[in-house]
Design a binder for this molecule. Structure first.
Ligand SMILES: *Cc1c(COP(=O)(O)O)cnc(C)c1O
Length: 381
């Protein structure tokens, strides 16, 4: 059986980490700095950005929403073609979610799909960089230039990927990465990172300390600390930070292996005319360098997608669909506004299939997947 995903757990981690975990004192700040350094070096985060590790990307998004101090008049523009986590963090504050359509080629929101949705209530635009392939960020940045609207990146797919040389999640005012076990690098189950401009530092610190100014107190700036805003308990444990520190140096290897497999898929599927009429692919915007997080194929129609998924499963290959568009869901209708046609989101949402893709997928497994795709599609001609 070829599963859809295998979490990446480096062989070298087991003993060294287990030993350190037994010895590491909890609350050891040095571990935090080591893991931040590993992320700075391997993902490429410049020194003008701050980093905190959270228990999930969801929590990093929640901190962003708290920092923005949103109310019911505020509007947040995001794709409908995303995970509920993107919307939950912001909907919870009472702000309205405004759904933008994706570009049918890049599968990301773009300046063209976002522009008609901007109003005087818009506070932020949130691209998700589908599959680790950056949205057209220059276009989005141009759109909000000179306004108070923030670019916030849900870069949950984006570890190891960049846009014009800048690591994903580090380009907007705030951004998040995910280390959930389904992502390219995991912190050992779950985990996330919040990356932000210094502008947000006090508010982020307040969120991390239950909305108090404890951080100023620890720095000796105030004699006592008070509850000043909403906050929570968000920090990643030092155990998980240790695991992540040991996994991050493998990022290049993991990314290259995933890209190699993606290229093999792509080259095979574009080498034979029989595929042309059935399958299209995600396109990369200029300057985007992906990380092979997902290999999506877009089938001609929904029936073909369903039949292919069933056929692959019967042959021991797990391929999966992806996001059910949020605007069509019950909560999406309640917390979100659909003000324009989301035609591409609906069409692609119903026809997209993700092939198995993980760093330890072997060449012979890749061949098996491709042979079965060919057999199935030949039968459909
Ligand atoms: C995985 C994912 C998240 C949530 O990440 P967690 O670390 O599991 O909280 C958010 N947004 C997108 C687009 C994701 O794929």
């Amino acid at each position: 059986m070829i599963p859809f995903n295998k979490p990446y757990a480096p062989d070298h981690i087991s003993m060294s980490v287990a030993k350190k975990i037994l010895k590491a004192p909890l609350g050891d700040e040095t571990q935090h700095h080591l893991t931040v350094d590993a992320l700075r070096v391997n993902h490429g985060i410049l020194s003008d950005r701050q980093v905190v590790f959270t228990q999930s990307a969801t929590q990093a998004l929640e901190i962003m929403a708290l920092c923005m101090d949103l109310n019911a008049h505020d509007e947040i523009i995001m794709p409908s073609f995303t995970y509920a986590a993107t919307a939950n963090a912001f909907a919870r504050t009472g702000a309205r979610i405004v759904f933008a359509d994706i570009d049918p080629y890049t599968l990301n929101i773009s300046s063209e799909t976002v522009a008609p949705l901007i109003t005087k209530h818009t506070r932020a635009i949130i691209p998700i960089h589908y599959g680790g392939i950056s949205a057209d960020l220059d276009g989005l940045i141009k759109l909000i230039k000179g306004s108070e609207i923030r670019l916030l990146e849900d870069a949950a797919h984006g570890i190891g990927a960049n846009y014009k040389g800048k690591a994903l999640g580090t380009i907007g005012s705030m951004g998040c990465l995910s280390f959930h076990h389904t992502k390219n690098i995991t912190a050992g189950g779950s985990g996330g990172a919040l990356i932000y401009e210094s502008f947000w530092h006090e508010r982020v610190q307040a969120c991390l300390y239950q909305g108090t100014n404890r951080s100023a107190f620890l720095d000796g700036k105030v004699p006592v600390y008070h509850w000043e805003q909403l906050g929570g308990e968000f920090l990643m444990t030092y155990y998980h930070q240790l695991f992540l520190e040991k996994a991050l140096p493998d990022l290049d290897w993991v990314t290259n292996r995933r890209l190699k497999i993606s290229n093999d898929f792509f080259n095979f599927l574009t080498s034979d005319y029989i595929f042309d009429e059935h399958i299209t692919f995600q396109k990369t915007v200029e300057g985007a360098n992906g990380n092979g997080h997902i290999f999506p194929i877009i089938l001609r129609d929904e029936t073909l997608k369903r039949d292919l998924m069933t056929y692959l499963k019967a042959n021991g290959i797990h391929a999966f669909t992806h996001y059910e568009p949020l605007h069509m869901s019950r909560a999406g209708r309640k917390y979100g506004d659909t003000r324009v046609s989301l035609e591409s989101t609906e069409r692609i949402g119903s026809r997209l299939l993700r092939l198995p893709l993980y760093a330890t997928l072997t060449d012979s497994e890749v061949e098996k997947i491709l042979e079965h795709l060919k057999l199935f599609l030949k039968g459909r001609c």
